[in-house]
Design a protein around this ligand. Structure first.
Ligand code: LRH
Ligand code: MN
Length: 431
């Protein structure tokens, strides 16, 4: 890990915590060995796990009812990258940031690349934005972008995506995530089939411009900001688009983009089964696209999703190369603390999924022993893997307890002094 001044004291471990951790991890490893499970193999898997951070989640979000700004929030791409570097320093598993254009647009690419080198941060999938009108824009996206009946609007939206790809090429990104707010609020407002056809045609132009080695992720969402019909409303619509574009188009699953009680792990299994699972926007939700901390509301669902991923990994499913990314909006928690919590929850869900006795499970599934099949899966979920995940972080130079380390580092107070709150009128560069 490059020497950065980013809270260099953040990962100092006090000897007592180190001793307790060593005992806890040792006991867990013994218990797993008694169950025929290899802690070191799971540890190696968790150490390989990496997830990208969303540039738009480092400042407090807000809802239409209000926003309660926090202290020391980043105002520039450099400051967002500094915060991302700290999360990586503490977790050892977030080496990339996912940018959103135009929120992160800057003319001085060399400065961005220098900062990236200095901070040891790379760039994951790019995100386009045709859900807001920008100052000086020719035509409005009010009635949609790619689905808009007005060809000039569709042209403008395609041009925007080509610019996002150009920016991404300069920073070394290798993927483009396309989420469209396109839709309608009233029956009759929009042709349900023509709107979809227009999106497919525009995406074909964007897909044709993809640089070698790049992937395009289509992201579905059932509603908001459209409240009657969203053009790319569900995984089926997203899959139809990806299949019509080509091999390098896959579906991105944002966990918050499913109607209540939808079986998200089943959607994941379906997309895995045909090699069209491009990646994730991890978060959690109780009702809608709440963008809460991952694992905070439905931790068992997060585990079941990772169970499907571990099965696919073990079976070396063709096309299995999911891009793991976080997509959250922080209204109440310190953004960095919530992201640290999310990374820990993802590491834990992955570790638990690696502890499933897969052969035992398969035998109960094949023999129709419903209860023992469920119990076998639950046994892994109910294993306290916190010492193992902490050990994985420690071996990657991270903190045993990232949140405790972050609070002890005084980073937020220091940034509050360095980064005076932006004037209330300043343009918002995040959700
Ligand atoms: C839409 C979404 C999309 C991003 C945005 C910030 O709800 O999930 O992935 O562009 O949030
Ligand atoms: Mn998303």
């Amino acid at each position: 890990m490059p020497a950065t001044d980013v809270a260099s004291n953040a990962t100092e471990i006090d000897p007592a915590a180190e001793r307790d951790h060593a005992r806890d991890f040792g006991e867990l490893a013994d218990r797993l060995a008694r169950a025929g499970l290899d802690a070191e193999a799971v540890l190696a898997a968790v150490q390989r796990f990496e997830v990208a951070l969303p540039s738009w989640a480092f400042a407090t979000g807000g809802t239409r009812f209000g926003r309660f700004a926090g202290e020391g929030e980043p105002r520039t791409l450099r400051e967002k990258m500094e915060d991302a570097a700290l999360v990586h320093r503490l977790t050892g598993s977030t080496p990339r940031i996912s940018l959103h254009i135009p929120w992160d647009e800057t003319r001085d690419i060399d400065e961005v690349l220098n900062d990236a080198r200095r901070l040891g941060i790379g760039f994951d999938a790019m995100n386009s934005n045709t859900f807001q009108d920008q100052p000086g824009q020719e035509v409005s996206y009010k009635l949609g972008s790619f689905s808009n009946p007005d060809a000039a609007v569709r042209r403008q939206a395609v041009e925007h995506h080509l610019r996002v790809i150009e920016f991404g090429k300069k920073v070394g990104s290798r993927a483009l995530t396309v989420w469209l707010a396109d839709g309608s609020n009233y029956p009759g407002q929009m042709s349900l089939r023509k709107s979809f056809e227009r999106v497919r045609e525009c995406l074909q132009e964007v897909y044709a411009a993809l640089p070698d080695g790049w992937r395009l992720f289509t992201e579905h969402k059932p509603y908001e900001p459209a409240f009657y019909a969203t053009v790319v409303q569900d995984w089926g619509s997203s899959l139809l688009l990806a299949q019509s574009l080509g091999e390098r188009a896959q579906c991105l699953v944002d966990l918050g983009h499913h109607l209540p009680n939808a079986n998200i792990e089943l959607v994941v299994a379906r997309l895995l089964g045909i090699g069209r699972l491009g990646g994730f926007h991890f978060n959690d939700s109780k009702y809608g696209d709440d963008d809460l901390t991952a694992g905070s509301i439905k931790p068992y669902v997060l585990f079941l999703i990772f169970h499907e991923l571990v099965l696919a990994e073990r079976e070396r499913l063709p096309g299995f190369d999911p891009a793991y990314m976080i997509d959250q909006s922080h209204n109440l928690k310190d953004p960095i603390e919530s992201l640290l919590q999310t990374v820990d929850q993802l590491q834990q869900a992955y570790a638990k999924a690696c502890l499933v006795s897969h052969d035992e499970l398969a035998s109960y599934q094949e023999s129709g022993d419903v209860l023992m099949a469920e119990r076998t899966l639950k046994r892994a979920y109910e294993t306290d893997v916190r010492p193992l995940v902490a050990e994985a972080r420690r071996r990657r130079g991270g903190a045993l307890d990232p949140i405790a380390a972050f609070r002890a580092s005084g980073y937020r107070a220091r940034k509050a002094a360095e980064r005076p709150a932006p004037a209330p009128t300043a343009a918002r560069t995040h959700l």
